[in-house]
Design a protein around this ligand. Structure first.
Ligand SMILES: Cc1c2[nH]c(c1CCC(=O)O)Cc1[nH]c(c(CCC(=O)O)c1C)Cc1[nH]c(c(CCC(=O)O)c1C)Cc1[nH]c(c(C)c1CCC(=O)O)C2
Length: 501
């Protein structure tokens, strides 16, 4: 173990001993540097500490939390980044509970999403898998598709089956089977509401694996979707809502995880970009400005760009693959209104928000009515918070606009969509440049090659949104796996204390 690292006390407090974990005495397994202070890096640190590993976390920027960012507008708390997390997977809710936010976890007050398309706000039809319909009844009733679009879906029966191959773009395959309209008006906006990406590029296998499987095993895609729906219905009702929020903002989660990590003895520093990671005779050296930290392991929890730079010499194959990962940029325009100024279509409480098919040529791609969607954001009887989003992968022209202009185009679109005519009492624009990694066709192969190259470096592991899913639970799961891989390598090193349990 290295004692030569530059451990310093937490600001304003005495060093507390690391929590006694499954690994035995605090730090007995060794010392690991986590690079990146987004939710993945923080979750990795949390897991390492629980196992008795000593942790230093280095974040390049001034703020912890990455895409999870709690802010304030007109005196109200509001999320300026991710504002929801999947609750059907256990990882995010479990982490929130572990760091003392269990009581703050709450389901959406309304989850009734809409589509603004073909000149009207229409409720999202039920009975689809990521926009691919099994049942045409609700889709027809929603008015989202034209009569021709509906007829084209039914015409799949007349098409010969096609081989799906190793992977295919969701939009390409669905359009070939069911026509372009269902892709452009349903699949595209829904995928945009997850990846801010383009349906004609996104990998079906990586982004909608259940649909890929259904398509692979059925001559007709429609039959595959209906089979998926039958199976879902036959399963015992999964308890609880699909999504969850946190009172005060999802942005509280990374800050609470950081606090828990500090309490367990972690050293967490911001404004400290890592320049270099090198192997030493018996471990790792991490160089960040004046900081030189010796460690027994490293978890790399950064986006692809910084990860590629740090892996250039260590794992050139991984670095080259990482350089190929593309990101979508977007801006979130968050606005506070006087509730009484708003039309019932907004303040009536019935809608969580809406998505906008890019094919309709509007500027905004989505709007979330935060004060409807979350009880915690809707408790003020006078104030109403909502946001719009602008920009998606390879469609970033509108992001060149100034903040004030983004507010104006948002208001113009909201005026047409829901008859909103009020001016906001406050607004803020949050730019997420390179915010969301894209999962194009071949993504799974790329990730496998990165992981393969990294696996040749015991003690080093990677995690984050670019690998196994862009959602919060997926990031936490990848962090857990990275932490476990590093812990396993610490346990197998000869002469390492802590291998005897
Ligand atoms: C990363 C992510 C997002 N959204 C989601 C994830 C992954 C979560 C996970 O797997 O853990 C989850 C999501 N969001 C949406 C779906 C589809 C749901 C369905 O099948 O009906 C799913 C599965 C629609 C949506 N997604 C969104 C809406 C509009 C707001 C609303 O009505 O709630 C809908 C219907 C909003 C959204 N959500 C997201 C973006 C980029 C946007 C647009 C901009 C913004 O407002 O932030 C990101």
């Amino acid at each position: 173990m290295h004692e030569a690292d530059m451990r310093t006390d937490r600001p304003g407090g005495a060093t507390r001993p690391a929590r006694e974990g499954a690994g035995g005495a605090p730090g007995s397994l060794g010392h690991v540097v986590v690079i990146g202070g987004g939710i993945a890096g923080l979750a990795a640190a949390h897991r390492l500490l629980a196992e008795g590993v000593r942790v230093t976390l280095l974040e390049a920027g001034p703020r912890l939390g990455g895409k999870l960012y709690a802010g304030e507008l007109a005196g109200a708390r509001v999320d300026l980044g991710a504002e929801s997390m999947l609750a059907r997977r256990p990882e995010a809710v479990a982490l929130a509970e572990a760091v003392g936010l269990g009581d703050a976890v709450q389901p959406p007050a309304t989850a009734t999403a809409h589509l603004w398309t073909r000149g009207a706000l229409r409720p999202m039809p039920r009975g689809h898998v990521m926009g691919v319909p099994g049942d045409l009844g609700p889709l027809a009733a929603s008015g989202v598709l034209s009569a021709e679009g509906l007829a084209r879906i039914e015409a799949e029966r007349t098409l010969p089956p096609v081989e799906i191959g190793d992977d295919v773009a969701v939009g390409e395959y669905v359009a070939a089977r069911l026509g372009h309209e269902v892709v452009d008006r349903l699949v595209e906006p829904l995928l945009g509401g997850v990846y801010a990406g383009n349906a004609y590029r996104i990998s079906m296998r990586a982004a909608v694996p259940q649909l890929f499987e259904a398509a692979r095993t059925h001559a007709l895609l429609g039959d595959g979707v209906r089979e998926l729906q039958r199976r879902a219905q036959a399963q015992p009702q999964q308890a609880g809502p699909v999504f969850a929020g946190i009172a005060g903002g999802i942005g509280r989660l990374p800050l609470a995880v950081a606090e828990a990590c500090r309490s367990a003895g972690a050293r967490i520093v911001t404004d400290t970009p890592v320049r270099e990671v090198t192997r030493t005779a018996d471990g790792w050296r991490v160089v960040a400005g004046a900081e030189v930290v010796e460690a027994d392991g490293v978890v790399l929890a950064t986006p692809a760009g910084p990860a590629a730079r740090l892996l250039d010499r260590l794992a050139p194959t991984a670095a080259a693959e990482l350089r190929g990962v593309e990101y979508a940029s977007m801006a979130l325009i968050t606005m506070a209104f006087r509730r009484s100024d708003l039309p019932a279509a907004v303040s009536g409480g019935g809608a969580s928000g809406f998505l906008v098919p890019p094919v309709d040529g509007r500027t905004i791609k989505a709007s979330t009515f935060s004060s409807n969607k979350w009880a915690w954001a809707g408790s003020d009887p006078e104030l109403f918070l909502l946001r719009t989003s602008v920009g998606r992968h390879a469609d970033e022209q509108d992001l060149k606009r100034e903040d004030g202009e983004l507010v104006e185009v948002s208001l113009a679109d909201l005026g047409e969509a829901v008859g909103l005519a009020a001016r906001p009492v406050a607004s803020t624009v949050t730019r997420w440049d390179g915010g969301l990694p894209q999962y194009p066709v071949g993504h799974l192969g790329r990730v496998a090659r990165i992981r393969g190259a990294v696996a040749a470096l015991p003690g080093l592991a990677v995690c984050g949104a670019l690998y196994d899913g862009v959602g919060i639970p997926a990031c936490i799961a990848s962090a857990g796996a990275a932490a476990d891989a590093v812990i396993a390598s610490l346990g197998t090193r000869s002469g390492t204390p802590g291998t005897d349990h």
